[in-house]
Design a protein around this ligand. Structure first.
Ligand code: GH3
Ligand code: MG
Ligand code: MG
Ligand code: MG
Length: 308
């Protein structure tokens, strides 16, 4: 049975009808929920996702047509295949049902074999929809992530950093940003080759990922060997702790590449925005610029250090 576990919502005011259909669907392997009218069905759909809904037409409180209309008005993340079951025959009725948002229309008494093939069609469409969703999600990830490190890319940073800063400003929260740049990274490439450089970048990515708070913090690859860490709800002290932990972990670890243990250090520029700071700091460019200036000073004053 290929259908095992697919949730179906069965909506009908006729309890006998529901019992019979429910048994048929369960025998075919579907996981069936029931509602006695459109209103009850809408309520159930509020907290559950049903890929398929079979609904009667004539019902008290809210009929099948009103239900289809109300259901289609909601924005849904995934598609639901709606089948109207009814004894109302005729072209006009069919058009009205489909117009209201139904995908399919079955005349009562329901022929079991016909119901099964209609459900097969439903599953084909749902499968297509879910593979489209998956592709869209993959495309989205490709567009916001850097392929080498899996970190967010510059475009993502440009788009989301301003929102983060605005949110911190609105809720009167501290907000910190760390700009990190690997020291003499060019030397790694020149000495050991570009692939060694790539391995070092991945090594540093793992260290960063192990250091930040995953629920709120995030990090973007800003340039070749430059990273920006975004730390909401973090004051200057907290930011300093994160930067120092990172600096220390990177300096004390080695990246193994083809039998060699490669060492690297990194320099850091940090900037924290407190709620009492001037309005200028609200701008992402302003904060990035300040972090960049600090980073420059860290390089000038000997590298492998943090300047705030
Ligand atoms: P500094 O300490 O002043 O930062 O010196 P640096 O050598 O790290 O800085 P510089 O900006 O001169 O060199 C950065 C190098 O990073 C140059 C570039 O070829 C290399 N690079 C950028 N992106 C990648 C990448 O994806 N992979 C590898 N392997 N190297 C990269
Ligand atoms: Mg009815
Ligand atoms: Mg560098
Ligand atoms: Mg650089």
């Amino acid at each position: 049975m290929a259908d095992i576990g697919i949730p179906i919502l069965l909506v009908d005011d006729d309890r006998f009808m529901r019992t019979v259909l429910c048994q048929t669907l369960q025998d075919a392997g579907y996981q069936v929920s029931q509602a006695a009218n459109g209103k009850e069905a809408l309520e159930l759909c509020r907290s559950n996702y049903f890929p398929i809904i079979l609904t009667d037409w004539v019902m008290p409180e809210m009929d099948g047509i009103a239900f289809c209309r109300a259901f289609r008005e909601k924005t849904a993340e995934s598609y639901t295949y709606l089948i109207l079951l009814t004894s109302q025959d005729g072209k006009d009725k069919l058009i009205e049902g489909l117009e209201a948002g139904a995908d399919e229309y079955l005349i009562k008494p329901v022929n079991e074999a016909e119901l099964m093939v209609r459900l097969k069609t439903a599953r084909r469409i749902l499968d297509l929809e879910s593979s489209l969703q998956k592709s869209l999600e993959e495309i989205k990830q490709l567009s916001i992530r850097d392929p080498l490190t899996g970190m967010f890319n510059r475009g993502y940073l440009d788009q989301h950093l301003p929102n983060e800063i605005r949110r911190a400003d609105r809720y009167l929260r501290d907000f910190s940003l760390i700009m990190m740049d690997l020291d003499h990274f060019k030397k790694i490439n020149d000495t050991w080759g570009h692939q060694a450089g790539d391995a070092v970048l991945q090594h540093c990515t793992r260290i960063i990922a192990g250091t930040i708070r995953h629920e709120v913090d995030w990090v973007a690859r800003y340039g070749g060997e430059e990273f920006v860490l975004v730390l909401p709800e973090t004051d200057q002290v907290g930011c300093g702790v994160v930067a120092e932990r990172l600096r220390n972990l990177i300096a004390s670890s080695t990246c193994s590449f083809r039998g060699e243990n490669l060492s690297i250090t990194a320099s850091f520029g940090t900037v924290t925005r407190s709620p009492s700071d001037s309005a200028n700091d609200i701008h992402a460019d302003f904060m990035l610029h300040r972090a960049d200036q600090c980073l420059y000073q860290a390089k000038e004053s000997g590298r492998n250090r943090i300047v705030r």
